[in-house]
Design a protein around this ligand. Sequence first.
Ligand SMILES: Cc1ncc(COP(=O)(O)O)c(C=O)c1O
Length: 538
Amino acid sequence: MARQQAATSYSPVSSQTHVRATPTSPIEPNGEKVTEQVNGTPTGDSSDLPVPQPRPTPDDADAPEHTAPEHTARTPADAARSETRRRTPLATIIRAQEKIFVDRQPESAKLAKLASGSLAGGVVSSWQISRPQPVWLSHGQGSKIYDVDGNEYVDLHGGYGVSLAGHGHPAIVEAVQAQVARGTHFAQPTETALAAATELARRFGLPQWRFANSGTEATMDAVHLMRAITGRDLIIKVEGCYHGHHDSVQVSVCPDEDDVDRGPADRPNSVPSSTGIPAAITDLTLIVGFNDLDAVRRRLEENPGKVAGMILEPIMMNAGIIKPDPGYLAGLKELLHAHGALLTFDEVKTGLTAGPGGATRVTGVIPDIVCLAKAIGGGVAVAAVGGTAEVMAHVANGDYEMVGTFNGNPLAMAACRAMLTQVATPEAYERLEKLRLRAVEGLEREIERNNLNAQVVSVGAKGCVVFSATPVRNFRDFLEIRDSYSHAHWLFQHNGGVFLPPWGKIEQWLISVQHDEADIDQFIANFAAFASAVRGAA
Ligand SMILES: Cc1ncc(COP(=O)(O)O)c(C=O)c1O
């Protein structure tokens, strides 16, 4: 099975979620000193909480006794410099960091306990169950978010890739406030929807658009459309890509080494990624490796006239960040079209974050269908599906009924229009690029200084540290990466006042238009502390 079994995944099934191990940070989130030593009593055990606790991944549980320098310093910079320490096993570092984490968040623990009474699993989405305990937030402002214990964080989590605008952006606040006073729902078209669609068409080079409410809805409509247009049932999907939680794409999202059914790399099997997915649907989704054009060719040739199309993240962002090889995306389009099949880019994550026109513009390959969600709503739930004139004619003429009560909801459209016209501006992208470069340079400097087997991969506002010395080209390569380092890094950042998305090596940072140099420098300083602590363990 997929994510819930994968050592690397964030699991959609709460009872099977993973924990990542945790390192020890010598600093409080606000940068103040704490008295806890790195290898102080590593309790960090939150098993008394009623919320489902992620279990350690095999990676974490069996973390070899790598050694890392003990912290004697009390700030990230000191820690990075400190040369006087004894080696501490990574697993110990992680446990001690988890203790610091839990000690700082008693209110979160209380709420988690209370919530388990009325919220299934104590959270509102299963991927909010992360080790050592879910973090309950009170509010956000600008580039910062605040937990219920009063801790401040530089928000690089970005709500899993949504918060490109940051929090409380004046343009979004004004647009939403104005619309709230004028009615939040009509189920009739409004001029804001037209303005948003026109701007998306300009950015992505696809003429026609419809709106929905989540990435899942967008990719579901895309798959339906490919099937409706071609009259074929099979689709091709990339192993390790996540496209939401509808049946057709809940296949081989995160099949790991323990998964006997996953098949060879050049011919992966179709593995259901959740319970509740009928085998009859799973069998309609053919799986290929990312960057493997030949595998797609084989699938098409073996199933003549049966493949409706292919859906993929043009830049993979549910396995760290994996970029397409030169020519891969253009090759896919050519190949699929030669077989009468369609190409869908799932740009739910890359959308406005990879650049103003997403990966579509970055790579120069315009697919038949683009799916957007997350960042396009400025923090409000919006999704969009764009298509060529030929594709969208099937929607316009009623052949495929793309429907939804809340589609193009005026509140969401007001936020989306403001995002597109006032927030994600050319100046904002210039600023984001400067911050990206600052982050990448800082992290690479620390990687080199501490001789870590790691590399920084970034695209636009998104980036991640991949704890591997060799390039990662597909999901099988990605599975080889030990997750403990990513989890340790996450904990160091968290305890040092920078909130990265949980789930270790899978997720990426998101820099918002409201972040500044100081935020990035705090991120780098925490990384320096982490790198110094785990030096020699990588
Ligand atoms: C690439 C991609 N597609 C689709 C989705 C599903 O989006 P949503 O959670 O809004 O349904 C996600 C969510 O993380 C995603 O990363």
